[in-house]
Design a protein around this ligand. Structure first.
Ligand code: DGT
Length: 574
């Protein structure tokens, strides 16, 4: 049993206790324990008594529950609570904005006990007849259900990469294997991946697939043939492998990288140039051209593009969003890459709701090769995230000053200051003056009207101390949509006042997304790619933000953290 499984059992216990209306502190204890277990850094199920007791918030009772899980794979309390509620209740609890009290009421008074029943009741307008539910809430519930359904099909990005790399490594060892590459949406670095695609080349494709199907983590073969195998792994992830002869590898990789819209577009481009393109190669429409030359093109992706008289198009751009035209004109962007990133502005330390000390974060950032690291803890008003008072800010500043000489990277004393409902910031100006770096963000009041929210964000951009607007749309993957606002007006204000918009790389946020990032870039706004890490070990999530930036056509000169800290200060001064 892995940590996330133990954590999810504790989280369910917390939810069920809440459904029962039990003691607040008992509920919070299970929720806190779930978080601590997820971030423990070792497998709690195998841990010693001493290791468990050293974890914050894991007292005797919770430690015994973990030991019970180790012994029996089960927890009696969990099983008992589970039996009290129908399974569908848990699906309902996942609907954004639907708390345990309302779920309980819907179940007890109306017998609504599943997502489907909830959807039917909302669609027929019955929910609004329940006490405490307005027609707007009913609409929000329907949107929430849609969001959950869409999210259920998506493989989390870290799982997708891990599964794909494991499959690739296995295939590399198959007899006669010449080349193997990850394809599909994962190669295009989409944040929503539904299945894993790989293209393999060798002199005996059928033999490669026979060997592939023997991989120990394959649970079920869905479809198989001489050139294609579709399987489901033990983690229920669908993996598609296409095996081809080496001289067809480039054509197959191009085709199975997609996207489908890009494939259609590039086929049209071939036709325009008197050629025919498919997953086997590219050939002249007229028979006069030498077939051999065309076959040679099919061996590598670069030569496929060259045959069409185009430069190689980075997979991240292959969405039919103008990239073929840009390639034809010779104006493809020089996409930002990880090697150009000089630092991370947005990391939380144990001063607020982070798990790592400033020293641990600085050491990890230095190890990553960064030149600076922004320690941006929450501001005073955000009590749930242990926001810092003025006194704590001064203490943190002092600690940073004393730590600085131990590191050769710059440690920036920063804040993620809350933007209040009226657009003012959660620290007075004299406290903001204490910081090297100010990131402003909305953390509540997301249901404000479009006009109010736009005004709120624009007003934050106007504040002369603000460098970055964090997670600008407030979106949470699978849980909350973008808030209502005039994005164009916000980008115009950001450009005017030299405020960068954040691409928040944390997998549950990924905000801005690629189309917003591209829009902002085109409006002349700088983008800051941040990890929003709450543990030093999570600095590497920044790679998801880089994927978004690349898919948003961004070049290094548009990215704030590709600048040196001196350049950032100069940019802010204007
Ligand atoms: P997904 O499944 O949402 O993760 O996205 P993809 O892009 O990986 O799509 P997938 O796995 O269905 O197929 C892999 C690639 O194969 C896709 O990106 C383009 C190509 N492909 C699949 N079906 C078609 C099709 O009907 N027409 C064309 N032109 N290409 C296709």
């Amino acid at each position: 049993m892995q940590n996330d499984e133990v954590a999810s059992i504790f989280r369910e216990i917390a939810m069920m206790l809440e459904l029962r209306g039990e003691n607040f502190f008992r509920i919070r204890a299970y929720e806190r324990a779930a978080r601590v277990i997820e971030e423990a850094g070792f497998e709690v199920i195998r841990a010693t008594e001493g290791q468990l007791s050293a974890l914050p918030g894991i007292g005797n009772d919770l430690r015994k529950k973990i030991e019970e899980l180790r012994r029996s794979g089960e927890c009696a309390l969990h099983r008992k609570l589970r039996a009290e509620f129908p399974h569908g209740i848990f699906e309902m609890l996942a609907v954004p904005g639907l708390g345990p009290k309302t779920v309980q009421r819907l179940y007890r008074t109306r017998g609504i006990d599943s997502l489907n029943a909830l959807q039917r009741a909302a669609e027929s307008g019955q929910l609004r007849t329940v006490e405490g539910i307005k027609s707007k809430t009913e609409q929000n519930i329907l949107r929430g259900i849609e969001l959950i359904r869409a999210q259920a099909q998506v493989i989390p990005p870290w799982t997708a990469r891990e599964t794909a790399v494991r499959a690739q490594e296995y295939l590399k060892c198959c007899a006669g294997m010449a080349r193997v590459h990850i394809a599909g949406s994962l190669r295009r670095r989409r944040s929503t991946v539904h299945d894993i695609d790989l293209v393999a080349a060798g002199k005996d494709p059928a033999q490669i697939l026979r060997e592939w199907r023997r991989a120990p983590w394959i649970k079920e073969v869905i479809a198989e043939g001489e050139t294609k195998s579709s399987v489901r792994t033990t983690e229920h992830i669908q993996v598609e492998v296409r095996a081809v002869l080496p001289h067809r590898y480039g054509a197959a990789l191009l085709y199975f990288t997609g996207s489908k819209q890009f494939n259609i577009r590039i086929r049209q481009e071939a036709l325009r140039k008197g050629m025919k393109l498919n997953e086997y190669g590219v050939s002249a429409l007229s028979r006069s051209a030498a077939a051999g030359r065309m076959n040679a093109a099919a061996e590598r992706e670069e030569t496929m593009f060259a045959a069409l008289n185009l430069p190689w198009i980075p997979p991240e751009l292959r969405e039919d969003k103008g990239e073929v035209e840009a390639a034809r004109r010779g104006s493809l962007p020089q996409l930002v890459g990880p090697e150009q990133i000089r630092g991370d502005f947005h990391v939380h330390s144990s001063y607020s709701d982070g798990q790592s000390t400033i020293s641990e974060i600085a050491a990890a950032a230095q190890e990553t090769g960064y030149k600076y690291i922004g320690i941006c803890d929450h501001s005073q008003g955000l009590r749930v995230a242990s926001g810092l008072t003025r006194e704590q800010v001064l203490k943190k500043k002092k600690e940073i000053a004393s730590l600085q000489s131990r590191f050769h990277i710059r440690i920036l004393c920063g804040t993620e200051v809350d933007i209040r409902a009226d657009g003012s910031l959660d620290y007075p100006d004299e406290v903001l003056e204490e910081f090297d770096l100010v990131i402003a963000a909305v953390h509540s009041g997301f249901s404000q009207s479009r006009v109010q929210m736009t005004r709120r964000l624009v007003s934050a951009c106007r504040h002369p101390k603000v460098h970055i607007l964090a997670h600008p749309t407030g979106k949470l993957r699978g849980a909350r949509e973008e808030c209502e606002m005039d994005f164009k007006e916000v980008t115009a204000a950001a450009a005017r006042h030299r405020v960068a918009l954040e691409i928040n790389s944390f997998p549950h946020r990924l905000d801005l997304d690629e189309s917003r990032a591209r829009q902002a870039g085109e409006a002349g706004v700088k983008l800051a790619i941040s990890s929003d890490a709450h543990r030093h070990a999570d600095l590497n999530v920044l790679s998801y933000g880089i994927d978004i930036a690349r898919r948003g056509w961004l070049e290094a000169n548009q990215v704030l953290n590709c600048m040196s800290w001196a350049e950032v200060q100069q940019w802010k001064r204007g």
